[in-house]
Structures are given as C-alpha cells and as structure tokens.
Write a protein that binds this ligand. Structure first.
Ligand code: FRU
Length: 470
C-alpha cells in the first residue's frame, strides 16, 4: 500500500473508527492503532526532545494484513501526536509489507533500518526456504517525519548461504568505533539465531559473526535487541518453537533475554540462561532505546502472533496495543522493568483505604511476611501467591486464556495497572512482570484481598487518560 492508496482508502478508516467509538475496551493510557491492527513497536528513538514511536500498522483491517509503519510522537509520555504512516510499501523490495526495524541517531540524522517483505505467488511455496524475500532497507531522515530514498542494503542472497528466507528485524548499536547490525534469523536446519554485521559508516555493512545457542532454542529468533546496561550485555529476542517446561515458556512464542558475554573483536561469546521478560499472555517483539537522559526504555507489543483466541475488539474495528513504556535496569544480573516515572503524572489523588471502585487505576501494595495471598479484581481476575508461586488467573475475561505463573523467592511489592482491557503487574520493583489483555464485564476494580501477610503500605490512584492529538 503506497501513500496514494492509503489516502484513497481513508473512508474505510472513518467506518472503523465509528465502530471503535462504541467499544468499552478502548484503552485509556496505552497506544492503540488509530484503526485496524497494530503489532511491533518500531524505530523507537528520542530526537531533539521528541520521542518517536513507530509501529507495525494495518490501517484498514483489524485482523493482520499489509504492514506500514504507523507513527506517534510524545515529549512527555502523557500527551501524544498521531501522524500519518511514516513508511509505506512502495518499492518492489517491500511490496508485501514494511516489516519491523529500528532507528539509530548519528550526527543529527536518524538512520532507519527495516525489513522489506516480499511474498512470491507464482508457485506453491513453503515461504521458509523458498518464495519469500526479506530485504534489509535503509532510509535516513533529518526530522523523523520525512525521507527521500529507500536504499536496499541486503537481499536474501547476501545473507550467509545456510540461512532460510527468514532473516529480519534489524537493530543497530555502536561499540569500539564500529557500528553493528543485529538481525533475527532461522537457518536451513531450523535453528534460531542472530546474525551480526559490522560497518564503519552505517551504510556499507559486512557480515561479522553469528550468535547461535549451544543447544537449539527454537527455530526462529525474531526482533533481537543487543543492549548494554551497566557494562553488562543482554540479547533480548523472541524465540519461536520453544517447548513449554512446567510453568515456563507457556505462551506460543517467547519473549525474553540471554545475558551474554560478547567479545566482538575476537568474535567470541557465551550465552547465559534465557529468562522470560514477562509472564503474561500478551507480550512480544519489545524494542528498547536510549532516551536523551540515557534511560534504556522498553516498549513491547501487548499481543502475540498466531494467538489462539479471538480478541473481542476485532468486531469493533481494531486490535492490539503497545505496553506501557518501562525503564530497564539491571539488578542481581537480571533485567528489571519499572513503569516510566512520567506515569506518576497520570495519577489523581492518593487513596489509602482498601476499597477501590474506580475503573482505570494503579494499585501499590507493600507487604512483609507474605506467606500466601489472593487478590480479586473486577470480580474475576485473580492474583494468587502460594508456595512461592505467583499466578495470574484471568477466568472468563481472558477469553479462553486462563493462568500464567512464575516462581518468586518472596513477594514484597505489587504494582498493578488496570486499563479498560489490560492489566500490567510489576512484582518486587520490576523483578517479574505480567502483561495481559483482559475483557471484564464490569470494569470497576472492586478490590478484595485475603491471605496471610502484613500490609506495610497500600495506596491506589485513579489514572487519567493519555491525550492523543492529530
Ligand atoms: C514480530 C514480527 C517481526 C516482523 C513483523 C511483521 O511480531 O513477526 O518478525 O518483522 O512482526 O509484522
């Protein structure tokens, strides 16, 4: 879909938006598509005080379809501006979708790298080893809103010869005077891995090395982010094809990270144990970036591909959302996620009593000696802590998705954000997180709590809506 087609079809958007306006599950403090479908966040960056949030966007269809890069900006994470799509599909190398990618800022310019998706239809293809192109494409922009040319950097033929057609989702970082590009990949033996390219000028790239686990961990790794925080490196990625192990890896596809020791100069590495970033039902393809205050911010897609349930918002013309933005920090050699401090600006007055009956709220619990616990929200969502296992049980409001669990050494803090159709739970200051969509009949919080614990402190706040202007 090029810009002309998009403009010609804007009436379809108006129709969808009319349906959306009747939906009680629209979100108040999360970004959703202006209409239709949204998936991965893309090109996240802060440029001259403005945070740019691009995303995988199918404007006129709520159930997947041709992908463009939609576009929001914000300076304060509370007030947003919506723009027309930033990248359209308008060259042969991205004719079947402007797939995911990222941004890198250098010398007052933003370099955007993305995957141009092409699907051949002249024969009966499997689209794994044949019939698909995933081209790596570069555009540069002086403002985040405009660009001139698309430059095709790689076609499939340029990737190592043992790769399948699935090589995508470029991310860039700089280290020791070189630039590196990380690409998610599936090789011809169905082993998920990442490829690393090296460059001196951000334009000419040479294959440098790859990161493959010692023992196969899924057949494809999507959306890699190789990041460094406090001198420690982490490879965030989304492995597909990992078997469930007890309460671990319970979703269809995974979203997590490997701690990694990486010697880029000598092409040596050692991967630590994969840890899930989030234990909820709706988390995938997170992307991180350093803002101008040097915070490592992470935003995920609050959804999952190939989901085995029907999202009730589809009939109202839209589907999916982005997670709340969070700051990533390192504690005990692990990644912790903390809601951006700016979210405190959404709070109304502080309340201390345990009866909370508002709809969109933040609930902050501080426990000591918590042996077991049961919290009931919206008359059906249960949070249970028993024998060191913390469980989120969505019951009916999960639309067929019921329980997800994690092991905790202790439960000390719970910070819960309830939006009209989502719940985000931050446990022990971001040590574990559960992100899920939920569709309750009654949206009032109706908090009930029981168990063996001491409540050292409790507060709740009604949350305001974020503002989105056109
Ligand atoms: C992850 C993903 C990416 C791809 C994009 C297409 O959700 O499959 O690998 O680039 O979505 O929309």
């Amino acid at each position: 879909m090029d810009k002309k087609e998009y403009i010609n079809r804007l009436d379809e958007q108006k129709k969808l938006q009319k349906m959306m306006n009747t939906d009680k599950y629209l979100l108040n403090f999360h970004l959703i598509p202006p209409s239709g479908w949204l998936n991965d966040p893309n090109g996240l960056c802060e440029f001259k005080g403005i945070n740019h949030i691009y995303y995988q966007y199918t404007p006129f269809d709520a159930t997947w379809g041709m992908k463009l890069w939609g576009h929001y900006t914000t300076a304060d994470w509370i007030t947003y501006k919506e723009y027309e799509p930033f990248i359209f599909s308008d060259i042969p190398e991205d004719q079947d979708g402007v797939y995911s990618g990222s941004a890198f800022i250098k010398d007052d310019k933003i370099y955007f790298y993305y995957t141009g998706n092409v699907k051949h239809i002249d024969k009966d293809y499997d689209y794994i080893v044949a019939g698909r192109e995933q081209n790596t494409i570069l555009i540069t922009s002086n403002d985040g809103f405009t660009y001139k040319d698309k430059k095709v950097l790689f076609k499939n033929i340029d990737y190592p010869s043992d790769m399948s057609c699935h090589v995508r989702d470029p991310q860039i970082f700089e280290k020791n005077n070189f630039y590196y590009m990380v690409l998610g990949a599936r090789d011809l033996k169905d082993v998920g891995c990442v490829l690393i390219y090296q460059s001196k000028d951000l334009i000419t790239w040479n294959y440098h090395m790859r990161i493959v686990p010692e023992k196969k961990f899924g057949y494809m790794w999507e959306c890699p982010n190789l990041i460094e925080i406090d001198n420690k490196m982490f490879l965030i990625c989304c492995p597909q094809g990992v078997e469930q192990e007890g309460i671990n890896y319970a979703n269809i596809y995974q979203c997590g990270y490997f701690p990694i020791d990486l010697d880029l100069e000598n092409k040596k590495y050692s991967l630590g144990k994969f840890k899930e970033l989030d234990r909820g039902f709706d988390i995938y393809a997170p992307q991180t970036f350093l803002d101008e205050n040097n915070r490592r911010i992470i935003i995920g897609w609050m959804g999952l591909p190939d989901a085995e349930y029907t999202n009730p918002t589809v009939k109202n013309g839209w589907q999916h959302a982005l997670t709340m933005p969070r700051e990533l920090i390192v504690k005990n050699n692990q990644l912790y996620q903390i809601p951006l401090v700016e979210f405190k600006n959404l709070r109304s007055k502080i309340n201390k009593e345990l009866n909370c009956n508002k709809e969109n709220v933040e609930l902050d619990f501080n426990f000591s000696n918590c042996k077991n616990l049961e919290i009931l929200l919206r008359n059906e969502i249960k949070l249970i802590y028993k024998d060191n296992i913390f469980t989120l049980d969505l019951k009916e409001c999960g639309y067929g998705r019921d329980k997800r669990s994690v092991y905790l050494t202790s439960l000390k803090e719970l910070q819960i954000f309830l939006d009209n159709s989502s719940i985000e739970i931050f446990i022990n200051s971001g040590e574990e997180v559960f992100t899920s969509r939920c569709y309750s009949k009654d949206l009032k919080t109706d908090l009930k709590i029981s168990g063996e614990y001491e409540l050292k402190d409790f507060s709740w706040y009604e949350l305001k809506k974020i503002e989105i202007n056109k």
